[in-house]
Design a protein around this ligand. Structure first.
Ligand SMILES: NC(=O)c1ccc[n+]([C@@H]2O[C@H](COP(=O)([O-])OP(=O)(O)OC[C@H]3O[C@@H](n4cnc5c(N)ncnc54)[C@H](OP(=O)(O)O)[C@@H]3O)[C@@H](O)[C@H]2O)c1
Length: 275
């Protein structure tokens, strides 16, 4: 979760729950009193809620756990936003769509096919019905610098760099519009500063399946010993169904912010790993 005060410097406190970092405070949305910072003293203008059970296959096999971490955590965060009269910002996903005809715009019909997608949509609806001053930001396939390196791009780059000999079985039929986490932050800040409300898609213009995305990353590591085996989603036997033609269209935000640009995977790779 992030709590912000919209003074000129945009004071921000970022929080962790199970994974501490030097930049974050401990915060459990179900027990704010046990936090390492004083939320009431901070008196946030904005609460940005990221909490969810994001392991899509675990959500499918543990729906109650998914409901608790995704839906009930949102209700708990909303209660805090109501208490402090804060704007509420929520991070959602293209998994609320069925993946038959992506990429999707903000107004396309919703049809989640997994427990994760259903619970993220349920959380979205609760937000719309609770607080008028909300922003729902839909994203997919996030990558970028991250301490744990658990995003897909960082994961592939990590094993390529390690010199490990490995074959990755990747779905060639799962398409999405990957986005750099720093672009999510950049656009979120603009929307918050401009006091926008409603639902916005945030995504790059790249429409890539997992094999294409991995090959793009591996292109920066010519000595890598990583092989890719392209398989279908069906062959992977994942517990949760995936929206195959997923991804998000961004005409709405591009019209409102013509000068802001989404960056590409190559932009990130060149900056982070280029020679
Ligand atoms: N990554 C993607 O590609 C992607 C795509 C679409 C949407 N999203 C959405 O973006 C959000 C962040 O996803 P992520 O990939 O960054 O996954 P993540 O690392 O699992 O993010 C969840 C965050 O919520 C925190 N959290 C969990 N339980 C909490 C609790 N009880 N109280 C307070 N904080 C709690 C976690 O802290 P700790 O890590 O310290 O436990 C973590 O910072 C999620 O809502 C997800 O649905 C992500």
């Amino acid at each position: 979760m992030q709590c912000m005060r919209k003074d000129p410097a945009m004071d921000v406190i970022g929080s962790h729950y199970s994974f501490a970092t030097i930049d974050t405070e401990y915060f459990n949305v179900f027990n704010p009193a046990g936090s390492t910072f004083d939320l009431a003293a901070f008196d946030p203008d904005v609460i940005l809620h990221t909490g969810a059970l994001t392991h899509v296959d675990r959500c499918e096999t543990h729906p109650e756990e998914s409901f608790h971490h995704t839906v009930e955590s949102t209700q708990a965060a909303l209660a805090l936003a109501e208490k402090f009269h804060s704007k509420f910002v929520y991070i959602s996903t293209d998994y609320i769509f069925d993946g038959r005809s992506g990429p999707y715009s903000e107004t396309d019909p919703i049809n989640p096919i997994s427990i994760y997608g259903k619970h993220k949509w349920q959380a979205e609806e609760i937000i719309r019905n609770t607080i008028d001053d909300h922003l729902i930001l839909r994203i997919t396939n996030v990558y970028g610098d991250e301490v744990r390196g658990k995003n897909f791009v960082a994961f592939v780059a990590g094993i390529a760099q390690s010199g490990e000999e490995r074959t990755l079985r990747l779905p060639v039929d799962q398409y999405a519009t990957p986005i750099n986490a720093s672009d999510v932050g950049k656009f979120a800040c603009s929307l918050i500063k401009d006091n926008k409300r409603g639902t916005y898609n945030l995504a790059s213009d790249e429409y890539l399946n997992r094999v294409e995305l991995a090959k793009k990353v591996l292109g920066y590591f010519p000595a890598s010993k990583v092989e890719i085996e392209a398989v279908s989603t069906w062959e992977l036997g994942q517990a949760a169904p995936r929206p195959l033609m997923g991804g998000l269209k961004t005409d709405k935000i591009k019209n409102e912010y013509p000068k802001l640009k989404f960056t590409t995977v190559d932009d990130y790779m060149e900056k982070r790993y280029g020679i």
